[in-house]
Design a protein around this ligand. Sequence first.
Ligand code: SER
Length: 358
Amino acid sequence: MKNLRVFGRIHNARRNYSPLPVDPLLRFKTISQTQKAPRVLITGSLGQLGRGLNSVYKYMYGSECVVMSDIVRLPANATDVSDYNYLDILNQGSIEEIVVNKNIDTIVHFSALLSAVGETNVPLALQVNCRGVENILQVAAKHKLKVFIPSTIGAFGPTTPRENTPDLTVQCPTTIYGVSKVYAERLGEYFNHRFGVDFRSMRFPGIISATKPGGGTTDYAIQIFYDALQKGKHTCYLRPDTRLPMMYDTDCMASVIQLLAADSQSLKRRTYNVTGFSFTPEEIADAIRRVMPGFEIDYDICPTRQSIADSWPMSLDDSEARKDWGWNPEYGLDETVQVMFALLRREEDKPTKIVSTA
Ligand code: SER
């Protein structure tokens, strides 16, 4: 299901990993049996989450239901991707063209600059994260589309209560990423209220996947697995006690599919918190040691990413999502550690390594 970037020689520590679940996509079957197949356009689809969502949708409804798009060339070995198209989300006409030509009814808008990289290029973050969202929402209003635009824990800031952060609370973020995501939440809700756009959003925690993200503050929680396998050791850019909310990839895919499939009547809001579990670098290192006893971690703090992490919630209250549309994550920290090692190891065993552009 996943395409992984695996490189270098693999650390040869003794490993003791559980096998992958027989069918990790079992829970998606129920939804596909009760819902009509959508025609989904995924923007930014070669990033961290797009190919995973493509695979899940195809599993649910067959190969015709997803149109993939991004602005870079498809890697030659991306055999999981079929209908792939160049799409510049800054060009509203191009979005419209693809929506009409491909008969799209749902857009999953993944294109965005993440928190750390956003701070290095604010003008680009404004373009991609704000102008892109405006274009998507205007096309959605014109063509009566359902739209999912992810938000983030980054939409909160230092004045937000940091423990068990509720859906409705202070939102004064201190990164351009966070500011642009608050804008996306507000603009989406405005388009829903004013033009009836079926806008849906969730505030994602850090997503742990076997595809690499690019330029986020929570990225260490993925890199740590690659480093564990390649070197038996990880140097973390956050302090050992920095607690952040996280979620495993398959749960993230389930949240998108479930929220998009939910009956509009059941939604009491358009933006929901979702989360899996929270941990610190010290705690994930301990969880890794439970399956790789010799694993080591040390610290070389990055001031930018540390101050971003310090301004974010340590845990999210996602009870409204559980109540309104049945959100129910399946992976805890230990299950995530096991499945990450199993996935990376499976790639390691393949004769030809697959490289993602995420
Ligand atoms: N993963 C994101 C980041 O670290 C947070 O949503 O920027």
